[in-house]
Design a protein around this ligand. Structure first.
Ligand code: ADP
Length: 500
């Protein structure tokens, strides 16, 4: 109660308030004046006794209420005191002064009152404004924080927020905690770094993951977002959760990483379906291979029979059948190869060879089966260290694609150039090109550009080629413009340089 009264009277407590009551200054001043009058009458037995204390009291009241209630409150008190002084001077003699002098003094006091009112009131207005803005901003920030917190808990995505760039203390939302199977002891935040947590292991392709390579830690360390990184959580009960993560660093004004925020998607189910699909494709292709080989053998037997009987018509039909069987065989081989690559079973046998000769060889082989002119733009004579048959496979794939996807063009250019320690080989066509947003995706398994659905194919050739080049220590990329053509580039390590 006493605390409440003190708070009510304390002008500081009312800073920043916008609504001022007028009744309070009016009433208080009135009561104070009446009390001083009574004080003068009954204590000093002299109605004139309180003259000077009244002046001081007035100044204090004006000062207090100007500060507590603002300009309006101050004016009310100043006017009230003016009326009081008018009444005072009118009803009795001022203690030491003449009536006129007293009137001038009262006027001066009123002027001083008003001066105090406006100065203090104005100051209060400024302080109130500043404080009100600060409070408003504080409330706004608080509300924003609350909204964000609700959103983070609501979204069906795991969210981790690290308060330090090293990702030591991670606050996890409900979904993320569920993904990590954290019990209530780890409720609010992960109390141990993800990398050596007591309740789970973090794996990448079956091996324990390097701490620095974890998405949040990597983003914090490099200051760059880490997008689309996959890794696995191995729980203590042996179960595994596959996660797809997106981590991004947050910076202060000086561009230093202050925290990291990351989103995690549980892709376990998707991975299982993918695995089932891969297993089925691998098994089906494998099962198809045996009967296909038998059919091929039988066509050879039939071929010999028809040759003996000089049955030309049957031989022609059989040759068409053989071509189709060869295409089917190629398709099955691609599927099996893609599956092997997917399982990390790609085998490369390195050797040193003159890449120009290989390119020439391929052009000579392919030229008879295409109307396109295959031009060699080869200015290097370098020996590369790679798997020759695999590189042949890649070049054949790129050239046949170039022919396939440029039906109205006349030529395809196959060229090379040297860039420190590497040879860059390119295959350029002047065909339909590839939409910009799909130029990365065409290297994925089974991906075919949405613009080229009418062209036959499985969408495996570029995936296999890209992986072969990677296994040989190179890189593959494409530059393309729709309607103008595409150029596929790849690099290979040089073994030894030979000059012309
Ligand atoms: P496929 O040609 O059997 O569909 P690829 O993996 O070789 O499979 O190619 C993937 C996709 O990339 C193709 O479906 C096509 O959309 C696009 N593509 C490949 N090469 C070219 C090219 N030279 N010009 C335009 N698009 C191409």
């Amino acid at each position: 109660m006493i605390k409440k009264i003190i708070n009510f009277l304390n002008p500081i407590k009312h800073l920043g308030e916008k609504s001022y009551s007028f009744g309070f200054p009016l009433l208080t001043t009135l009561i104070v004046y009446v009390l001083t009058e009574l004080f003068g009458y009954f204590i000093f037995k002299n109605p004139n006794a309180m003259g000077t204390p009244d002046v001081i009291l007035t100044l204090i009241l004006v000062l207090y209420f100007s500060f507590r209630s603002g300009i309006k409150g101050g004016i009310i008190v100043a006017l009230e005191s003016m009326i009081f002084f008018a009444y005072y001077i009118d009803t009795r003699q001022a203690p030491f002064l003449e009536k006129e002098v007293a009137a001038i003094t009262a006027l001066a006091v009123t002027i001083i009152d008003l001066f105090i009112v406006f100065t203090v009131g104005w100051l209060k207005q400024i302080i109130d404004g500043l404080l009100a803005r600060e409070t408003e901003e504080k409330i706004k920030a608080e509300r924003e924080k609350e909204r964000l917190k609700t959103l983070i808990e609501l979204v069906p995505v795991g969210i981790g927020i690290s308060e330090d760039p090293a990702g030591k203390n991670i606050t996890a939302n409900k979904i993320f905690r569920k993904m990590l199977q954290l019990d209530s002891r780890h409720n609010a935040s992960l109390d141990a770094p993800l990398s050596r947590h007591p309740t789970f292991n973090i794996l990448k392709n079956g091996d324990k993951m390097d701490i620095d390579e974890l998405p949040m830690q990597k983003a914090g360390r490099t200051g760059k977002p880490v997008l689309g990184e996959e890794f696995d959580i191995e729980h203590k009960d042996g179960g595994v959760t596959n996660l797809l993560s997106y981590a991004t660093p947050l910076f202060d004004k000086n561009n230093n990483v202050i925290s990291v925020i990351a989103a995690f998607l549980d892709i376990t189910e998707r991975k299982q379906i993918e695995q089932q699909k891969d297993d089925f494709i691998a098994m089906a292709s494998h099962e198809l291979k045996t009967p296909l080989t038998s059919v091929k053998v039988f066509t050879q037997l039939l071929k010999r029979r028809f040759e003996k009987n000089s049955d030309k018509e049957s031989l022609r039909i059989l040759s068409k059948m053989d071509t189709s069987l060869t295409s089917l065989d190629e398709l099955i081989k691609s599927i099996l190869e893609a599956t092997r690559i997917q399982q990390g079973k790609i085998v490369v046998e390195f050797e040193n060879f003159l890449i120009k000769d290989l390119a020439k060889d391929i052009v000579e082989d392919l030229q008879p089966i295409t109307k396109h002119q295959l031009l060699l733009d080869w200015h290097t004579k370098l020996i590369v260290h790679a798997d020759k048959e695999r590189v042949r496979q890649v070049l054949v794939n790129l050239i046949t694609n170039a022919i396939k996807y440029s039906p109205h063009a006349k030529k395809v250019i196959i060229g090379s150039r040297q860039i420190d320690g590497l040879i860059e080989i390119y295959v350029q066509d002047f065909g339909i090109g590839i939409p910009k947003n799909e130029q990365q995706k065409i290297f994925e398994r089974f991906y075919q550009s949405s613009a080229h659905k009418t062209y036959p194919g499985l969408g495996l050739g570029l995936y296999i080629s890209g992986e072969i080049i990677k296994a040989n220590g190179g890189e593959m990329w494409v530059k393309s413009e729709e309607g103008k053509g595409s150029t596929f580039h790849f690099t290979l390590p040089i073994s030894k340089k030979e000059t012309n």
